[in-house]
Design a protein around this ligand. Structure first.
Ligand code: MN
Length: 423
């Protein structure tokens, strides 16, 4: 049976509303209080399956390599390539099936290898080699363009031809749960003659997906659609924290710099490209037709629902502030990667691509405070007398995402970050 077969069942009971059924099997890096060594596991229902323990017990093997999962990151595993990813996922799926005996009937190993998820501390799942952030939602680019330049110049002339991006910082990509310190920077209100240095006053989130690159390409090489696709190991949720006031002053002419360098949060579980196969959909029609190196035959978008909630110190319970879908993206991850390498730029194992803020056509589907509050002109009403134009100290923002199919969902868990006051 294929690991994505909806009929598959595990000997571990999994609630139909769980993000982590046997059809998902996302990879993460964790430790436990009784065993502080970082190691690789997959999420299954309310458990983490310790892959280092299975590898040590000989239930998972690699040709010419050992200790692949007894490591603090997924990079060594990703470097083995897409054929190994497929084989390993199929083997893990087999070991978890209700009708397969090797793990199910080995009580001693099962007790050791199945860690309750609330007992596991999640760590960064991979070592980020480089971080690039794109700007690939037409709705988001149009909204921001209208606010910054007016309706007639909303989309810059290059936008429909190039997946626009910038090179971000790998050094400040952090895992869910890491607090985010309000950044300081140069601010210049429109009414002031000279800039000042101080705490950001327009702190924002950006709802994005992270694309995890699992294979390298050589300096000088261009990528076909198929090559680009096969280099993608999987996806995470991503919050590209943004300081809008710092950004507005610094972005001309080279784009964002410090406004987005102080922190980027990702979810701890990397959902594999293979687990998302059943949820592929065609993206929006592209007009004008992209240049040949960007043309794609495949349906390279995903029907992946996304939701953001905001918790404030005064609110009783978190308020959902947006619901959108990854399928709206104009440029696909495959096109972004093909474009990234097109000059001869080498890609590395562990590169992370941010999809760009994901906004949909409706007002309730916008992926940033900047758009939701329309630059602060229409503050969001969170109920209970609480309003927000931008994020305040103590606010906690959570992104969730999942693909839904009859009987099960392939989910990403969540990425959370709480704002600490500026130093
Ligand atoms: Mn971004």
């Amino acid at each position: 049976m294929h690991p994505n077969d909806p009929k598959l069942r595990s000997f571990i009971g999994v609630d139909p509303s769980s993000d982590f059924p046997i059809q998902n099997l996302p990879y993460g890096v964790f430790f436990t209080p009784d065993q502080p060594d970082l190691r690789v596991g997959v999420a299954i229902g309310d458990f983490v399956l310790d892959l280092a323990a299975l590898e040590a017990a000989g239930l998972i093997r690699f040709e010419n390599a050992t200790g692949i999962f007894a490591r603090p990151s997924l990079n060594a595993f990703m470097a083995l390539g897409p054929q190994v990813w497929t084989k390993t996922r199929a083997r893990i799926s087999e070991l978890l099936r209700h009708d397969h005996h090797e793990l199910r009937d080995n009580k001693e190993l099962r007790n050791r290898a199945l860690v309750p998820r609330n007992f596991a501390q999640m760590h960064m799942p991979f070592e980020v080699d480089g971080f690039t952030d794109f700007y690939s939602s037409k709705e988001h680019a149009t909204n921001v363009g209208i606010m910054f330049r007016g309706k007639d110049n909303a989309l810059m002339p290059n936008w429909l031809s190039i997946p626009i991006g910038y090179n971000g910082r790998a050094s400040t990509v952090v895992v869910s749960g890491t607090p985010i310190r309000r950044p300081r920077g140069q601010l210049k209100p429109p009414t002031a003659d000279m800039p000042v240095f101080g705490p950001c006053k327009r702190l924002d989130f950006e709802l994005e997906m992270g694309v995890v690159i699992g294979q390298a390409s050589a300096m000088g090489d261009m990528l076909t659609e198929k090559q680009a696709e096969e280099m993608i190991f999987g996806f995470t949720l991503l919050n590209d924290w943004s300081a809008r006031d710092i950004q507005a002053w610094e972005y001309v002419p080279l784009g964002p710099f410090q406004a987005k360098a102080f922190g980027t949060s990702i979810s701890p579980w990397v959902v594999t490209r293979e687990a998302l196969e059943p949820f592929r959909v065609k993206g929006p029609a592209q007009e004008p037709t992209p240049l040949p190196y960007l043309q794609q035959k495949g349906a390279n978008n995903y029907d992946l629902r996304l939701e953001v909630d905001l918790k404030t110190e005064k609110l009783q319970k978190p308020a959902v502030i947006t619901r959108t879908n990854f399928k709206y993206m104009y440029w696909s991850s495959v096109q972004q990667l093909a474009h990234h390498a097109s000059s001869g730029c080498a890609m590395n194992v562990g590169d992370l691509l941010g999809s760009g803020t994901i906004s949909g056509p409706e007002k309730s589907e916008r992926g940033s405070m900047l758009e939701l509050s329309w630059g602060g002109a229409e503050p969001l009403d969170l109920g209970g007398g609480v309003t927000r134009s931008f994020l305040e100290d103590g606010d906690s923002l959570t992104i969730r995402g999942w693909c839904q199919r009859d009987g099960y969902r392939v989910g990403f868990g969540e990425v959370e970050g709480t704002i600490l006051p500026a130093l």
